[in-house]
Design a protein around this ligand. Structure first.
Ligand code: 0PR
Length: 398
């Protein structure tokens, strides 16, 4: 066992405090947290949830999807939500669950792939750009993660992916909207490989899933990434990212009911009949699923299309501004609302530190800074950010 390190000890009070006293203490302590409304959060794939979804979430906070016998109506609405998400992804007959987030969705997808393949110490082929949740998933599931290099467009190198397939491979993963650059892998080609080798194909559209269907409709992209491709077995699509839903709300969609049942666990004691779970969690938030259901109904395709256009428009303005700053480039022309900023000569870490010191929450990848333009980011925030970025770069390079 590793040696324990000391934690700050906090004691529960013997006598309870008044609600006001607790609230005051909480508010004081929470002041250090950043807020989306400040415009300074440029590193998050989450955002301030839509007000209507917050209202629904609060109203139905006690609903527990872990016990469908108590909440049959909530369970049915979860399935309607899954079907609405499926219809966004070319398959209204998709089966699945509203889960706690992209991490759980990816874990459960690989769990299904592993069970279907039934191989000792199976292997999963992913691009090096895949989210770290796949590291967690493979560690938990005793799978070997095989990371494949990228091509010049920062997408999975399809030839390298095919070369990485062995007798032990249980799944291939493609990412539709990578965490680092928002890049979409060539899922059509991965689908062809998957059908050639009869392999499970999982698409991680945790981030891109709520934008790509609308970017297609708007004519920005013509990429296939969803169930329209025959080998796609499951898709992660997260309402708590670009879907504007309260945390926790992830989505895991299987092509059909039979696939979802691969990971189902029967719980006969709960209601004496058919209770089963196809999620990692047992007790889980019904309010999350209802909030997503309500948002999809309220915003509709048109609402999400507008949101997509708003975020992409601002992203392109940011790209334009970056390209005007001497010594800075964008890593690649963005497909989604994710931008990589790369300095030509100076150490990227210096720019990152200077931005963080000035309160700008940005992320640092190997040799670039990542910015995510979420719905809470407004044109004025980008204007201010670009002004400060320019000053920082000038001060470092002069
Ligand atoms: N798949 C992809 C492609 C992701 O980008 C993420 C999260 C996940 C799966 C996992 O989703 P959950 O975090 O819901 O389990 N990507 C974000 C990231 O790593 C998560 C995030 C969100 C991080 C908000 C920070 C933050 O402030 O950047």
């Amino acid at each position: 066992m590793p040696a324990e390190t000391e934690h700050k000890a906090t004691k529960m009070p013997e006598q309870g405090l008044s609600q006001n006293a607790v609230l005051d203490e909480l508010e004081t302590k929470l002041q250090r947290d950043l807020t989306y409304s400040s415009g300074k959060i440029l590193c998050s794939m989450c955002t301030n949830p839509h007000n209507f979804s917050k209202q629904i979430y609060r109203q139905y906070i006690e609903k527990n999807l872990g016990d469908p016998s108590l909440f049959p109506a909530t369970t049915e609405l979860e399935q309607e939500t899954v079907s609405m998400l499926g219809s966004m992804l070319s398959n209204p007959h998709a089966s699945g669950s509203i889960v706690s987030g992209g991490t759980e969705a990816n874990i459960v997808a690989l769990w299904a792939a592993r069970k279907l393949a039934n191989k000792e110490r199976g292997e999963v082929v992913v691009p090096v750009s895949a989210h770290y949740s796949f590291d967690k998933a493979c560690d938990l599931l005793n799978l070997k993660l095989v990371k494949v290099k990228l091509n010049n467009n920062f997408q999975i190198d399809v030839k390298a992916a095919e070369d990485a397939i062995t007798k032990k491979t249980v799944a291939i993963v493609g990412v539709a909207g990578t965490t680092g650059l928002g890049v979409v892998d060539p899922i059509r080609e991965l689908s062809e490989i998957s059908s050639k080798y009869d392999l499970y194909l999982h698409v991680d559209a945790a981030f891109g899933g709520f934008m790509l269907p609308f970017l297609k409709e708007l004519g920005y992209v013509s990429l296939d990434f969803d169930f329209s491709l025959p080998s796609v077995c499951s898709i992660t699509i997260d309402p708590h990212k670009m879907g504007l839903a309260p945390i926790p709300a992830g989505g895991l969609l299987f092509r059909g009911k039979l696939l979802a049942e691969v990971v189902s666990t029967k719980i006969p004691y709960l209601s004496g009949d058919e209770t089963e779970h196809s999620t990692l969690l047992g007790t889980r938030s019904g309010a999350s699923a209802l909030a997503v259901w309500a948002l999809l109904k309220h915003l509709g395709r048109a609402g999400y299309r507008d949101l997509t256009e708003q975020c992409l428009g601002l992203t392109l303005k940011l790209v334009d501004g970056i390209e005007r700053i001497d010594g800075l480039n964008v890593v690649t022309k963005p497909t989604l609302n994710v931008v990589g900023i790369k300095p030509e000569k100076v150490d990227v870490n210096l720019i990152f530190q200077a931005l963080r010191q000035r309160g700008w929450a940005v992320s640092l990848f190997s040799d670039y800074i990542r910015i995510v333009i979420m719905p809470h980011t407004k044109p004025l925030h980008i204007k201010r950010f670009l002004e400060e970025l320019q000053k920082i770069v000038y001060a470092i390079t002069k």
